[in-house]
Design a binder for this molecule. Structure first.
Ligand code: HEM
Length: 416
């Protein structure tokens, strides 16, 4: 059967999307009583918005969707970079994805957790000497240092603030127009030229870098054409490691916020498993990555709708993680919901769905979870602090969202 799906009328609904933010898709799906509707976005292009488990299943079917030409230019100019893995398909995508997955071994994940915890413990000693700190900016710096160390990239103490600001600007610009967007573009230019020269140094043998690191692997990776990557593409992919590691600062701020908002849950954190459930619920509950975007590969019919080759399709990430058919009382923060929960690659998708090696699901998901668990452990067991009055609310419109005060802590003390 064929039928007309609901239409969000208008020549270009980008403004409505900007003003409703994370809730744009789910607000309309609720209003229309359907998990799919048609709209016009990004300069009036026809776009299908979808939410829920079934939608995620079809969205990650590679025979139906592709990424080439899907990400808008302004996103490539800031968040992703040109010719990044996010924009690739088929065999060349799979080959590039193997590079990313090969960096995520158990051993390498333990390495970054160790580096990060060590940096955090050193930082506590500095925080003890300050009246107050802003957790988000402190953690952004810790993650910049950790990401560079782990990746084999030299970073002098002097440059930490600058690089941390630039890396933050990349993801902060992703949903922005105006000055925030321009700041992101400038940061991308600066970071790419820095990393291009680092890559050239490695290739010219100007310094030794351990084989297991992202820098070494990316510098020497052979693409499907048998050649090493163009230096700019190599820099883009190195930034595809550094930028999202630094972006974990957003999730860590939400971890800290959840500890404040749900003291009862905090009080019940005992076992390693409790920590894991808490982190999973933070990733489900709080807004971060709003939706994934693809284009229809070839015409096909699904649930009565004619998907036409080239149509833009948005999969609602935030809405799927709050979908009432998947989650009981989705607007409650309840880590317990993850205890004994059956794993399903399509119903819990804060970092994308489907398969890591075959599709576009985030290769950094395990790393993100481990770093968040380490942060939760540090915040709850290794330090004491006071929380002065501040604006802890977070926007459902600004992307990425973040507690407004960025979590100010006072009188930080290392717990003995
Ligand atoms: C892809 C979210 C951390 C590297 C993605 C996608 C999402 C996502 C939603 C796209 C899925 C899709 O297009 O279908 C996040 C969030 C993170 C995070 C919320 C928390 C900070 C990381 C980390 C790394 C990473 C730590 C690497 C160290 C990547 C890469 C891709 C990706 C390379 C592209 C994969 C592909 O196109 O095949 N991420 N991510 N991310 N992520 Fe993450």
């Amino acid at each position: 059967y064929r039928e007309q799906i609901p239409i969000d009328r208008g020549l270009d609904n980008s403004i409505a999307m900007m003003s409703e933010g994370y809730l744009y898709i789910s607000n309309r799906c609720k209003r229309y009583g359907r998990d799919m509707f048609e709209t016009r976005l990004l300069g009036g292009q026809k776009a299908i918005c979808m939410t829920g488990e079934e939608a995620a299943k079809v969205f990650y079917d590679e025979s139906k969707f592709m990424r080439e030409g899907a990400a808008p230019k302004r996103v490539r100019q800031t968040l992703f970079g040109e010719k990044a893995i996010q924009t690739m398909d088929g065999v060349s995508h799979k080959h590039r994805k193997e590079l990313f997955m090969s960096l995520m071994t158990e051993k390498r994940l333990q390495d970054i957790v160790k580096i990060f915890k060590e940096e955090w413990r050193v930082a506590i000693q500095q925080w003890e000497r300050q009246e107050e700190i802003t957790l988000y900016s402190e953690v952004t710096k810790l993650l910049t240092i950790s990401a560079c160390k782990w990746s084999g990239i030299p970073l002098s103490q002097m440059d930490v603030n600058q690089r941390a600001n630039q890396l933050e600007a990349l993801f902060d610009a992703a949903g922005a127009f105006g000055p925030r967007h321009w700041k992101g573009r400038q940061a991308r230019n600066a970071l790419e030229s820095w990393l291009m020269s680092v890559i050239e140094d490695v290739r010219n043998g100007n310094f030794d870098v351990p084989e297991e690191t992202a820098l070494y692997q990316i510098a020497w990776y052979h693409d499907t054409d048998g050649k090493t990557m163009d230096p700019q593409v190599a820099a883009v992919e190195l930034l595809n490691i550094l930028r999202p590691i630094v972006a974990i600062a957003v999730y860590i701020s939400f971890v800290a916020l959840a500890l404040l908002e749900y003291p009862k849950v905090k009080g019940s954190l005992k076992t390693e498993e409790d920590f894991e459930l808490f982190v999973q619920e933070v990733r489900r509950f709080y807004p971060f990555f709003p939706f994934a975007v693809a284009r229809v590969r070839d015409d096909f019919l699904w649930k009565g709708h004619d998907f036409k080759k080239g149509n833009l399709v948005l999969l609602d990430i935030y809405g799927t993680n709050h979908h009432s058919e998947i989650w009981e009382n989705p607007e409650q923060f309840k880590p317990e919901r993850f205890r004994n929960r059956q794993k399903n690659p399509f119903d819990f998708i804060p970092q994308g769905g489907g398969n890591y090696t075959q599709g576009h699901r985030c290769p950094g998901e395990g790393l993100t979870i481990e770093i968040m668990k380490a942060s939760l452990e540090l915040l709850t067991n290794q330090m004491d602090y006071q929380v002065p009055p501040q604006n802890l609310s977070y926007s459902m419109v600004r992307m990425p969202s973040l507690p407004k005060s960025r979590i100010v802590l006072q009188n930080v003390k290392k717990r003995m």
